[in-house]
Design a protein around this ligand. Structure first.
Ligand code: PGA
Length: 255
């Protein structure tokens, strides 16, 4: 269960949230919890989460290690403060900051090489979905393929994909559980085709887009959905803690 705070929270707010989340995450056996914090409070979240089940994650990174790249943060800098995961290619980065598939693929490769867990985001706009009978898949399969081309035989467990239909992000419009399963099941099938069954079963695939405590159960119940990447509903500690608890119920019911 992944919280994406986006451009929210001061250091003090991040400290209070993390302190309150730590015992709730510790109780959620079998659920991996990640908090993707802004750079300004990331080292603090990572310090507080050290030796805990919470993974401190970055929302972005640059694929070069150092140099004249004003405003960017590199993978060694993230490693220096104990970051364990990074979002790569979030649709807001792709749309608002012009990140194309090549840049996203290079970022993913650098993160995997550093043994940081990438959360690679893919997804289509409403226009793309409606442009042709299989508009969703034309876009999403191309995004997944481009990332996979750049990776050098990764283990399935070293990768996380997040299917986030852009029309469902921050809009309150959630994809139906069947839409989520359809896209995520097809991503899994494509990964099988590329890397074989064991590889594809090891990859965790999340759904993202207006996930909330009252819809997470039916989304998580879908066969291929391994978790959720949550923006708006992760900002309040109580609502994110409820999502973590809902994920744990799914883990229990799966045996
Ligand atoms: P949302 O954002 O939960 O606010 O829709 C999800 C995301 O962008 O990761």
């Amino acid at each position: 269960m992944a919280a994406n705070w986006k451009m929210n929270k001061t250091v003090r707010e991040a400290q209070e949230y993390t302190a309150a989340l730590l015992p709730r995450a510790a109780d959620a056996e079998g659920v991996e919890v990640a908090v993707f914090a802004p750079f300004t409070c990331l080292s603090e979240v990572a310090r507080m989460a050290e030796d805990s089940p919470i993974i401190a994650g970055a929302q972005n990174l640059y694929f070069e290690d150092s140099g004249a790249f004003t405003g960017e943060v590199s993978v060694p800098m993230l490693q220096d403060v104990g970051v364990g995961a990074a979002i790569v290619g979030h649709s807001e980065r792709r749309e608002l900051f012009c990140e194309d598939d090549d840049v996203v693929a290079r970022k993913a490769a650098r993160v995997v090489e550093a043994r940081i867990l990438p959360v690679i985001c893919v997804g289509e706009t409403k226009e793309e979905r409606e442009a042709s009978p299989d508009g969703m898949w034309e876009k999403v399969s191309g995004q997944v393929r481009r990332v996979m081309e750049e990776l050098d035989n990764p283990g399935g467990g070293s990768l996380v994909f997040a299917y986030e239909p852009i029309w469902a992000i921050g809009t309150g419009e959630t994809a139906t559980p069947e839409d989520a399963q359809d896209a995520i099941g097809r991503i899994r099938d494509l990964l099988k085709e590329i890397g074989g069954d064991d590889f594809a079963e090891g990859v965790r695939i999340l759904y993202g887009g207006s996930v909330k405590p009252d819809n997470v159960g039916e989304i998580m119940a879908q066969r291929d959905v391994d978790g959720a990447l949550v923006g708006g509903a992760s900002l309040e500690l109580e609502s994110f803690a409820q999502l973590v608890e809902a994920a744990q119920r799914t883990v229990r019911s799966d045996g």
